[in-house]
Design a protein around this ligand. Structure first.
Ligand code: FBP
Ligand code: MG
Ligand code: MG
Length: 306
């Protein structure tokens, strides 16, 4: 397990309630909302007409998931700040920890009916925060089965999330199916985002080596692609591109939570030079190149990009 200790000179949120309980309450909210979000998808595979703060098209399902989670997370005792990929600025919602979400990750997969997810990071610091301030992170994967990966300082677990009734908010059952996930020793899969002609030459050379060793698994939703790496070992990247040196994914909502999860499972995460968790937070919607997976493959990536 990697060292995710925070240094003492950074600002904390000064949360009153036991932070561990707050984190689990946030996970409860996200898990309880998952079946509702899943049920809401069929009629919301269309554009909402708005762009988000990153300048991307917002789908109707993005709006639905964002509204639902914003209200419920803001009501959790011990949550003081709420931010979303879909909202310009963080909202002050009381005293306590800061929660950052990607309400629907991979929503361009709605039309083609492929995997999507919900990502959440809980920080003990005002946003934008360092990944070292994360006290928990997780994601829901809306695949053939709805699963949730939850990471805390105690490790990483996988739950299956099910409903046993058609009721809107009742009947959600969570079953832990993996108590302590560790990346497998022998990596087998890789998935890299962006168009190949847009990759910087050093990344392309690395990719050529990796594709001769591992099997390609790329589905266009970070959560789905990262879950393949968590399950089988390997490497996922949305790298720097020639015309987008910071890549596509957002530090607060996507890269930090995923890096925390993968590192707690014994893997590594890098922006190409340094651990993602050490990337200085500058803006809420800041983008960062993301490379995560088996430690040996991330070490090689950093050597290749040096
Ligand atoms: O369509 P591309 O360029 O392959 O990008 C896919 C990447 O963009 C994302 O969809 C961005 O996330 P959002 O859907 O939350 O904006 C990631 O899930 C995924 O890794
Ligand atoms: Mg996303
Ligand atoms: Mg999203």
């Amino acid at each position: 397990m990697s060292d995710t200790e925070r240094s003492d000179d950074r600002e904390t949120t000064g949360v009153d309630r036991d932070p561990t309980a707050v984190v689990e309450s946030v996970f409860d909210v996200v898990a309880d909302a998952a079946p509702e979000i899943r049920r809401a998808l069929p009629g919301r595979r269309v554009e909402s007409g708005a762009d988000n703060p990153s300048g991307e098209t917002v789908m109707a399902a993005d709006v639905y998931a964002d509204d639902l989670l914003a209200d419920r997370i803001a009501s959790v005792e011990g949550v003081g700040e709420f931010a979303s990929e879909e909202r310009e600025s963080p909202a002050d919602v009381g005293d306590g920890l800061a929660v950052a979400i990607d309400p629907l990750d991979g929503s361009s997969n709605l039309r083609s009916n492929n995997a999507m997810g919900t990502v959440v990071g809980v920080y003990d610091a005002p946003l934008p925060a360092s990944g070292r301030d994360l006290v928990g992170a997780g994601y829901v994967l809306y695949g053939p089965i709805t699963t949730m990966i939850v990471a805390t300082e105690d490790g990483v677990r996988e739950e299956v999330v099910e409903t046993d009734s058609d009721a809107e908010t009742t009947g959600v059952t969570r079953t832990v199916v993996e108590k302590s996930i560790e990346l497998p020793d022998d990596p087998t899969v890789y998935g890299f985002g962006g168009r190949v002609p847009d990759w910087p030459p050093a990344f392309e050379s690395y990719a050529r080596e990796i594709e001769s060793e591992l099997k390609l698994r790329y589905g266009g939703a970070m959560v789905g692609d990262v879950n393949q790496v968590l399950t089988y070992g390997g490497v996922f990247a949305y790298p720097a591109l020639e015309d987008a040196p910071n890549g596509k994914l957002r530090l607060q909502f996507e890269a930090n939570p995923i890096a925390y999860i993968i590192e707690q499972a014994g893997g590594a995460a890098s922006d190409g030079v340094q651990d993602i968790l050490d990337v200085p937070p500058e803006k809420v919607h800041q983008r960062v190149p993301l490379h995560v997976g088996s430690t040996s493959l991330i070490d090689r990536l950093e050597d290749a990009l040096a």
